[in-house]
Design a protein around this ligand. Structure first.
Ligand code: ARG
Length: 633
């Protein structure tokens, strides 16, 4: 091979699965071996079961000056052994240096840093070799997981017949990104949109349709008319008297129909009991409801393997309740049937006194059905944090019950991927000026409209003036929708997220536009110079990482796989956006300082390789987040 890749470097890299090397997991393995020795030598007693947790703490070093990966376990171990952390760190270092293979990938560590950090620095030769391997690899050096799992992702899941609002975007966008990332990691993913298509909102539109429908409007625009009926009936059923006082039309209707709430309930019950008229109306409404949400999904570029709504599970609910009662898990309480779990004040209701089944009953039947048909290892529920208690109780009940297959249920990992509320810039839940929740469609329109202004202004690119109207529209759609998605994905999902069009559309900073622009810029180099990227990938067998900025960029590139691993560990897409932002930053530093096309010989080859990889990884990252790219903007 090359003179640059010296020693045993290539051997250990080649021993790696496929075309990749994961420096962090290698470092962790070396640390694990060193800790085993440390314990065997009697320096500190460490149980073998503790080792995975200790080496988990080997992470990217905060300051690259001190190395690339850092282990912090010496502090905790020293405390336990009553020794000085730096002494324990020195003992670990001496054992690390004895671990076979370490010096192929890392420079030999010499002494602890600060209070007892143990830092490892990737050897530039090994890094260079990893880049060459990744360059030729269609997965860009990211190895698939060792043990692929079957993972069901339950996301989006809006209650249809109500307009979708800004809150639904979080579930849809986070769920879609997780599905794509986990699939790229090598898992088998099944996406399922658990539509709320059987709830009281249908009672509202059934009653509304029968009494207040504008039949002509319904014939022309059924979805809009159903939306109007839903809002109107909800107001009549739920509104407080003082609110009605401000709305004369509603107040007049209230005078004619004084008991709307009870009537709505009765319509829902009739639907659930199979009343032919209500069932046939429901069947008539559903296509309109589906069309409404499909329009939004198609703009978001989201699709599902399955859309099995709540109605799908209705035939199974009675059996679920019987089973739970038979097992003694559910008990009657004041006419209703409920599962009482230790630690919760309120029980999990599965059947009301009037015989109606509940949200939780359907969710239990759904788990049973999924186990029977899909045999999943995990089911992820991407749902608002306000439903935390529902999911805790649901999961606990499912485990006790066994869902008709106790063995599988026992092994099944059930996870509520909770997320916070979408807030406006004033820090309060995001509402329109009139105080209504913001409809998703108008939100997307506004994002695209604002993106169109930026595109038209040529803020991103001076050549904007020469674009056709179709070009401009398409770019605005990709940039506008991408901005909304990225803004959501880049926030820590468990906190409330702030919605700001101004921030999300900035061309600098951690935004989709910045990433899309970076991709267009990096890739523009190849087209402008007429360089075939396939040839670069095929023919680059050696790269030389000489300048520290080349090295820093290369390191960010090989860390892509680590970021994806971290996303999976905690189901947090923002760890991917953060890694992409770091990569784009390293690329800017590199590109601003070092010539690429004007460089010569090996330097040019190396830099072109780094540009190619940067473009591909940023593009892949955006793709995994469900965000489109443009060739110019
Ligand atoms: N339809 C529910 C809502 O809008 C969310 C459903 C989430 N998925 C589930 N299996 N419970 O609140």
């Amino acid at each position: 091979m090359s003179d640059q890749v010296s020693g045993e470097g290539p051997q250990i890299l080649e021993r790696h699965k496929g075309q990749s090397v994961n420096f962090r997991s290698q470092a962790r393995q070396f640390f694990a071996a060193a800790l085993e020795r440390l314990s065997a030598d009697g320096v500190v007693a460490i149980g073998p079961e503790e080792i995975p947790g200790l080496v988990e703490q080997v992470r990217e070093t905060a300051d690259a000056k001190f190395g690339d990966y850092s282990g912090t376990m010496a502090m905790a171990l020293a405390k336990r052994a009553g020794q000085k952390p730096r002494d324990v760190a020195a003992e670990i270092i001496s054992r690390l240096n004895g671990v076979p293979g370490l010096s192929e990938l890392f420079e030999k560590p010499t002494e602890p840093v600060g209070p007892g950090f143990i830092n490892l620095r990737v050897r530039s030769e090994a890094l260079a070799h990893a880049i060459v391997l990744a360059l030729a690899d269609s997965r860009m050096g990211v190895a698939p997981v060792d043990i692929p799992q079957t993972i069901v992702i339950d996301y989006s899941s809006p209650n249809v017949a109500k307009p979708m609002h800004v809150g639904h975007i979080r579930s849809t966008v986070i769920g879609d990104a997780l599905a794509k990332i986990l699939a790229f990691r090598g898992h088998s993913i099944i996406t399922d949109n658990h539509l709320g298509d059987w709830g009281t909102q249908f009672g509202m539109i059934l009653w509304g349709f029968k009494h207040l429908c504008d039949k002509e409007r319904f014939a022309v625009a059924p979805t809009a008319e159903l939306g109007r009926l839903y809002r109107l009936v909800r107001k009549l059923a739920d509104a407080k008297p003082e609110e009605l006082a401000e709305d004369p039309q509603a107040a007049a209707l209230m005078a004619t129909y004084p008991a709307v709430a009870a009537a709505v309930m009765a319509e829902t019950v009739k639907l659930h009991e199979g009343d032919p008229e209500n069932v046939s109306l429901w069947e008539r409404f559903m296509p309109a409801c589906r069309e409404e949400i499909e329009r939004i999904y198609s703009r978001l570029g989201v699709s599902f393997d399955h859309t099995l709504g709540e109605s799908f599970y209705q035939p199974h609910l009675a059996a679920v309740v019987d089973d739970l009662v038979g097992m003694g898990l559910a008990k009657k309480s004041r006419g209703a049937t409920a599962v009482f779990l230790a630690g919760y004040e309120a029980p999990l209701l599965i059947r009301k006194a009037d015989g109606a089944f509940l949200y939780a009953t359907t969710d239990l039947a759904t788990i049973q059905w999924r186990i029977e048909h899909w045999q999943p290892d995990q089911i992820l529920y991407v749902v608002d944090h306000r439903q935390s208690q529902h999911f805790e109780q649901l999961f606990a009940t499912a485990k006790l019950w066994g869902c008709g297959n106790p063995e599988r249920t026992e092994r099944l990992k059930l996870v509520h991927i909770a997320f916070g509320t979408v807030l406006g810039e004033d820090g309060r839940p995001f509402k329109t000026r009139a105080g209504d929740t913001v409809g998703l469609e108008s939100l997307l329109d506004e994002g695209v409209e604002r993106a169109a202004q930026i595109v038209a202004n040529g803020e991103g690119d001076r050549s904007a003036g020469g674009w056709s109207e179709t070009d401009r529209r398409q770019i605005a759609e990709t940039v506008g929708i991408g901005a909304i998605k990225y803004a959501d994905l880049s926030q820590n999902r468990t906190t409330d997220s702030t919605f700001s069009f101004d921030k999300m559309l900035q061309l600098t900073g951690n935004t989709a536009a910045y990433m899309q622009y970076a991709v267009a810029r990096v890739e523009g180099i190849f087209s402008r110079a007429g360089i075939d990227r396939e040839t670069v990938r095929r023919e680059t067998t050696v790269v030389h990482l000489v300048d520290p900025r080349e090295r820093a960029l290369a390191l960010e590139l090989v860390r892509f796989g680590e970021a994806l691993e971290d996303v999976e560990a905690d189901y947090r897409p923002n760890l991917l956006t953060a890694a992409m932002y770091d990569l784009a930053g390293s690329y800017s530093t590199f590109y601003d300082a070092l010539p690429v096309l004007k460089a010569e010989g090996q330097t040019r080859v190396t830099r072109l390789a780094l540009c190619d990889m940067t473009g591909r990884i940023l593009r892949k990252g955006l793709e995994l987040l469900g965000i489109g790219t443009v060739t110019k903007m």
